[in-house]
Design a protein around this ligand. Sequence first.
Ligand code: TXA
Ligand code: MG
Length: 359
Amino acid sequence: MTTMATLASRSEIAAAAALLSAGGVVAFPTETVYGLGAEVSSPSAVKRIFEIKGRPFDHPLIVHIADSSKLQYWAEEVPEQAWLLAERFWPGPLTLILPRSRHIPENITGGQDTVGLRVPNHPVALALLNALSPEGALGAPSANRFGHVSPTTAAHVREELGDSVDMILEGGACEVGLESTIVGFEAQNSRKDPSRAIILRPGGIPLAALAEALNGNIAVAEKQNRTPRVPGALASHYAPATPLELWHGEYLPRRSLELELKGLNLGIVTWSDQFSAQLNHWRSSNVTRLSMPPEPEGYGRLLYATLRRLDNERLDCLLVEMPPDEPEWLAVVDRLRRASCNNIWIDVPKNFKDEAVHG
Ligand code: TXA
Ligand code: MG
């Protein structure tokens, strides 16, 4: 989705930095989704973030920093793999989970001894981070209420959080549209391979790119091993208010007919072109149909905005066509699965597990 929105001006960014330094709370754009930021050193501002979101206090915040030069200031220990990934993908949609240094207050990490760090790739976010004091950093979750769909425009933030935040910086529609990929490191016994990278949340960086950067020495966390401290890993998250069902394309027409016969108003979200036989019927019935781009980047960019739009139409149920069972689609499928109430559960694509992930 292109947008004509102008980016926040330099003086607005300076005003936002001043607010943050004084303990305020500011929503700002990143390339993934909009964040709700507080200076990590301001306990009252950090507390307000949890309160505004309705987020449990033990769910840690990602800390946003201006560049990787101070990684060792924020993290106690930085494994070589982490440096490699930081050099390759920052600024960008990647969060690294590292042992936290004494500069990270406990209220940021929900008492855990690790911290999530990321350098966002958005001119407004970078200008804001650079306008903070040299030891400044922003703890920032996505700027939505806990469990709801993340915002990908400033208007979404205004709609959802309104006056509860001190300022909202404009940055246009987010390029990536899905949250960052979260990578943690697991201690290994071998000296040669002291830690192994584990994807805790699929996101803006494709798995194949990470695997390539680390010579395949990366794995996707098994669902049951994902820490419950990753709220994005809760089974129901990123969810619209309207019930959403995820169906393989071949079952979708039957399910839609079933619900239409009950008199329900449906939203149908497809990506493939296999529904030509249904199109006329859907056009003439109580169905709002949207088709999504048939490739993962385009689909991911529009997903949250599409769910919000359909939520505003007060439909009874959303039926979503399951995307292809392929590694490039992992982040999109992950978010759809968590948004859905029928729990069609698919695993990490087999071919990726077998061919691209070693160890
Ligand atoms: O793209 C993004 O990551 C966006 C933008 C604003 O940067 N932020 C975002 O934040 O998605 P949030 O709070 O909605 O999700 C952050 C995820 C949570 O699932 C959180 O638990 C996890 O990061 N996380 C943060 N610190 C962690 C830690 N020390 N260990 C494990 N998970 C952590
Ligand atoms: Mg979130």
